[in-house]
Design a protein around this ligand. Structure first.
Ligand SMILES: NC(=O)c1ccc[n+]([C@@H]2O[C@H](COP(=O)([O-])OP(=O)(O)OC[C@H]3O[C@@H](n4cnc5c(N)ncnc54)[C@H](O)[C@@H]3O)[C@@H](O)[C@H]2O)c1
Length: 302
C-alpha cells in the first residue's frame, strides 16, 4: 500500500498508540486533541514507547501534532477517532470532520462499546464510515476489529483491512455492528461465568484465575475454541455442551454479586479491593507481568 495520510483524533492512551503504529508503518500521521497538554506531550510519549520497544525512533518524525481540527483532517486519506467514550461528542466530531475531508476519505471510530451505527448515522456519506476497535496498548496487542455498518461499502472495508494488515496488525472483519463486536462478546461470556463460580461458592476469585491461567489460558494464544472443538471432535463438543451448558450462568444482565461489589465501593485496583484485595505493590507487579508478557509475544511475532 502506498504511503497514506492518516489523521488521528484524540491523543490519549489509545490515540497516541494508534498514531505510533501508523507512523512506524511509514505513513504520515497528523494527530489532534482539544486539550493542548495532551497534544503537546503526544510525540514525547510516542518516542518513549519506540525507545522502550527498540523500534525505529525516526518514526516519530512522521507524526505532526495539529491543534486545528479542520487542518488536521483536510488532507487525510483516513481519519480514526479515539476521543472520550461519549456518543454526542463523537457524533458532533464526525459531523464537523465530514465538512473538511474529501468525499472519499475513510472515517473510523475506535469506540469500545458504542454502536458504530449510532455514531455514524448522521453522516452524509455513511458508506465511507466504519469502526476499528484496537486493544490496549495498540502497539502491543495485534488485533484490530474492523466493524462495518449496514451502510459501509466493501471498498471501505477492504482498504481498512489492508491498511491495518500492512501496518503489522491482525484485522478481524466484523460483518454486523453488534454490541461488544467479537472480542468483548467472547471475553465477557467468560467473565460472566467466572463471576458466577465465585458467587455460587464453587471457588474463590484467585482460583478462577488460576484455573484459566494454568490450563486453557496456556493454549488460548495458539489454539482458538473452534480449532480446539475440531481437534477434540464436534461430537465430543456436543456431548459436553449437553451436560455443561444448562448448568452455566445464562442470566441476561450483570451479576447481583458484581452489582454489590460496586455498591460497596469495592472497585478493584482503584480502591484496593474488588473480587480480591490488592496492595499497591501487587497491582504494580501484575501490571508489569502483563506488559512483559505482551512485549515478549510481540518480539516473538517479529
Ligand atoms: N483504553 C482502552 O483500553 C481502550 C481500548 C479500546 C478502545 N478504547 C476507546 O478509545 C477511545 C479513547 O480511549 P482512551 O483510553 O484513549 O481515552 P483517553 O482518556 O486516554 O483519551 C481520550 C482523549 O480524547 C481527548 N478529547 C476529549 N474531548 C475531545 C474533543 N472534543 N476533541 C478532541 N479530543 C478530545 C482527551 O483530551 C484525551 O486526550 C474511547 O472511545 C475508548 O472507549 C479504549
Amino acid at each position: 500500500m502506498a504511503k497514506a495520510r492518516i489523521s488521528v483524533i484524540g491523543a490519549g492512551l489509545m490515540g497516541h498508540g494508534i498514531a505510533q503504529v501508523f507512523a512506524l508503518a511509514g505513513h504520515d500521521v497528523t494527530i489532534y486533541d482539544s486539550f493542548a497538554q495532551m497534544l503537546a506531550s503526544a510525540k514525547e510519549r510516542i518516542l518513549t514507547n519506540l525507545n522502550d520497544l527498540g523500534d525505529d525512533q525516526s518514526a516519530v518524525d512522521r507524526v505532526t501534532p495539529q491543534a486545528d481540527l479542520a487542518a488536521a483532517v483536510r488532507d487525510a486519506d483516513y481519519v480514526v477517532e479515539a476521543v472520550l467514550e461519549d456518543l454526542p461528542l463523537k457524533q458532533q466530531l464526525f459531523a464537523e470532520i465530514e465538512q473538511h475531508v474529501r468525499p472519499n476519505t475513510i472515517l473510523a471510530s475506535n469506540t469500545s462499546v458504542i454502536p458504530i451505527t449510532d455514531i455514524m448515522q448522521g453522516l452524509k456519506r455513511r458508506e465511507r464510515a466504519l469502526g476499528t476497535h484496537w486493544w490496549n496498548p495498540p502497539y502491543l496487542v495485534p488485533l484490530v476489529e474492523v466493524i462495518e455498518t449496514q451502510w459501509t461499502s466493501p471498498e471501505t472495508v477492504a482498504f481498512t483491512m489492508a491498511l491495518h494488515a500492512e501496518a503489522g496488525k491482525k484485522p478481524a472483519h466484523v460483518k454486523k455492528d453488534v454490541p461488544g463486536f467479537i472480542g468483548n462478546r467472547l471475553q465477557h461470556a467468560l467473565w460472566r461465568e467466572a463471576i458466577a463460580l465465585v458467587e455460587n461458592g464453587i471457588c474463590d476469585a484467585e482460583t478462577v484465575d488460576t484455573v484459566i491461567k494454568a490450563a486453557f489460558g496456556r493454549r488460548l494464544a495458539v489454539l482458538g475454541p473452534l480449532e480446539n472443538a475440531d481437534m477434540v471432535g464436534t461430537d465430543l463438543t456436543l456431548a459436553i455442551h449437553k451436560t455443561v451448558l444448562p448448568a452455566i450462568d445464562s442470566r441476561p444482565g450483570p451479576s447481583p454479586y458484581l452489582e454489590s461489589l460496586v455498591q460497596e465501593g469495592k472497585l478493584g485496583f482503584k480502591s484496593g479491593e474488588g473480587f480480591r484485595t490488592w496492595t499497591p505493590a501487587q497491582q504494580a507487579a501484575l501490571r508489569a507481568t502483563v506488559l512483559q508478557h505482551l512485549k515478549a509475544a510481540r518480539a516473538k511475532d517479529a
